[in-house]
Design a binder for this molecule. Sequence first.
Ligand SMILES: *Cc1c(COP(=O)(O)O)cnc(C)c1O
Length: 399
Amino acid sequence: MIDKIIPYGRQDITQEDITAVIEALHSDYLTQGPRIVEFESAFANYVGSKYAVAVANGTAALHLCTLALDVKEGDKVITTPITFAASANCVRYCGGEVVFSDIDPETYLLDINKVRALLEASPKGTYQGIIPVDFAGRAVDLELFRKLADQYGLWIIEDACHAPGGYFVDSKNKIQNCGNSNFADLAIFSFHPVKHIACGEGGMITTNDEVLYKKLLSLRTHGITKNEADYTNSVIFANGNSANNTSYPAWYMEMQTLGFNYRLTDFQAALGISQLERADEGLAKRREIATIYNNSFNGKSFIKGQSGVIEGHAYHLYVIEVEDRLGLYNYLRENKIFTQIHYIPCHLMPYYKQFGWKEGDMPIAENYYKHCISLPMFPILTAEEQKYVIGKIEEYYRK
Ligand SMILES: *Cc1c(COP(=O)(O)O)cnc(C)c1O
């Protein structure tokens, strides 16, 4: 018997994690201490990017990306409707326009052919960027997106919140990790507890572009710089109009752009570092769980589609598509299995409907939404619990 609720996702906090956080709390730094830099460099190393910038959460990461790319009023940015709203909202924070484009019914990812058709239908310069999402943990083929983006002069932000450790294989047969920024200008991750790595709240931006990297560092902390080479005010002014000193005083700093406080704390970084050490282990477990689901459901008449066993998939979610999804959802809930629906199509959120989006605009995404359900998927899901989940699903459709 199962006596506690089985959620669709949850964190795994070990004694090592707790010890790491306590150590940080006893240290001299609670925010922007040595653990931030350590976490950034460990994370950059994990995904294979040159730079990483730790921030308060995934949404802040997206906002800083649109700021760093100078998104402004009237800019048009393409994204998928099957994502968490933040992937789209970051464009709105800067006054840009979100243009949704439909998904591929097999991969559930932004369909590149539809994006191409959209771009071809308007003069060059109409669109400024694309935000593809590695939905559920399945890696977008960013090599193809880069080629298309380059034809139209677009930037790419990869929303890799679901996919730390995920990858696709490029045309030269090379593994390309999600977030390595070999093809995207910027990539972002979230450390919300349901994601692979938990910091409570937290996020990361990765990039290989030094100019964007420096902009992000500044925007993360009020647009303030303490780097003398960047100062624009004179030394004389900085010294209080005293001409006696030829260098900037130690207190001096300049606010040069309008930034935010989007910093992560040092004790959250401590948790992140500790969690990152187990990331590969967790990923292997997720892939095992996916294989068991896949093998249990293959060929079953109630299954219309499923995440499947896909190379490079990071399995933040395991999605199945079924008939009578509402009935199944309620039946599982009665049996203490709390599944979730990812996602209600973003273009049909009342906020986006005010811009003219309506039912029928994204037929594939809307049809997917009628049938999708995300099953429990997290590293500490036990074999017994998974068996129970699969058993209850089969039981429902036998009735
Ligand atoms: C979780 C998530 C975000 C936002 O991250 P937060 O840390 O919750 O702000 C953005 N995009 C996707 C696809 C996500 O799953």
